[in-house]
Design a protein around this ligand. Structure first.
Ligand SMILES: C[S@@+](CC[C@H](N)C(=O)[O-])C[C@H]1O[C@@H](n2cnc3c(N)ncnc32)[C@H](O)[C@@H]1O
Length: 237
């Protein structure tokens, strides 16, 4: 089958619409606050803003050209390569397609951890993680953003597991984090994952998660870290 640019565009749009639908299903119906970490062209952000008319949506992404020898280029797939070529263009696209909901959108052009540090605990109903995908980066995001979610809220993300992207390390980090905190991971469609927090999260888990540091011995690398062959991102054309 010959895949035209239009076919690919439609397929990507369809995927983003379905991901957005899953995110919206995990949000309360009325006024609520969500953050997407790693927004790329803003396609999922746009769809969430279209599908949920009362969400205040924070978009976090540095929209920055990655270093040539960076982990992000190794693990980030085609989005990292596109960023290498035209990060400013991706930023503009993300702004243009969400401009219709300017009043409900907050843009934070910075890294995930920088952005997380600017919020108070329990500020969000939902945090959706789709930024850096190495084991340690996912763990850092989980640790940084978990406290920012209100009790009964939702933590989620993308690329939980993908057979054709064996270099992605999301699943072991999410599973480990969930297990350590007695939380259940719901594996969603289209490679998403979601964790519903208890109504009284600190009381039920017995932990204020801000105290757990990424290099704590609670978080050794996953068993398959050693001796693993990592797939390299193809060199940019
Ligand atoms: C997989 S893409 C996001 C796709 C987007 N959620 C969607 O479905 O349309 C990953 C994004 O993470 C961003 N990113 C890279 N480093 C980051 C960091 N330190 N913090 C947050 N986002 C980062 C990249 O710029 C890229 O846009």
């Amino acid at each position: 089958m010959v895949r035209t640019a239009e076919w690919v565009r439609q397929a990507v749009m369809g995927r983003c619409q379905r991901v957005a639908k899953l995110i919206c299903q995990h949000l309360p119906d009325g006024r609520c606050k969500a953050v997407e970490v790693g927004c790329y062209r803003g396609a999922v952000s746009e769809e969430v803003l279209r599908q949920h008319k009362q969400v205040q949506y924070t978009m976090v992404d540095p929209w920055m050209k990655p270093e040539r020898d960076s982990e992000y280029l190794r693990t980030g797939g085609y989005t990292a390569i596109h960023m290498l070529h035209d990060a400013e263009g991706r930023y503009q696209e993300a702004m243009d397609c969400t401009d219709f909901a300017k009043d409900r959108r907050t843009v934070m052009r910075m890294t995930s951890l920088e952005a997380a540090s600017k919020f108070n605990d329990c500020d969000f109903d939902l945090v959706y993680l789709d930024g850096l995908h190495t084991y340690q980066d996912v763990l850092n995001d989980l640790i940084a953003w978990y406290p920012k979610i209100a009790s009964g809220g939702v933590l989620g993300g993308h690329d939980y597991f993908h057979a054709s992207h064996k270099f992605m390390e999301v699943q072991p980090a999410v599973d480990k984090f969930a297990k350590e905190h007695g939380l259940e991971v719901e594996r969603g469609r289209i490679n998403t994952w979601f964790i519903r927090l208890p109504e009284n999260k600190d009381a039920e888990t017995g932990q204020g998660l801000g105290i757990v540091s990424p290099d704590s011995q609670w978080y050794p690398p996953p068993d398959n870290q050693e001796g693993r062959v990592l797939q390299q991102a193809p060199p940019p054309a």
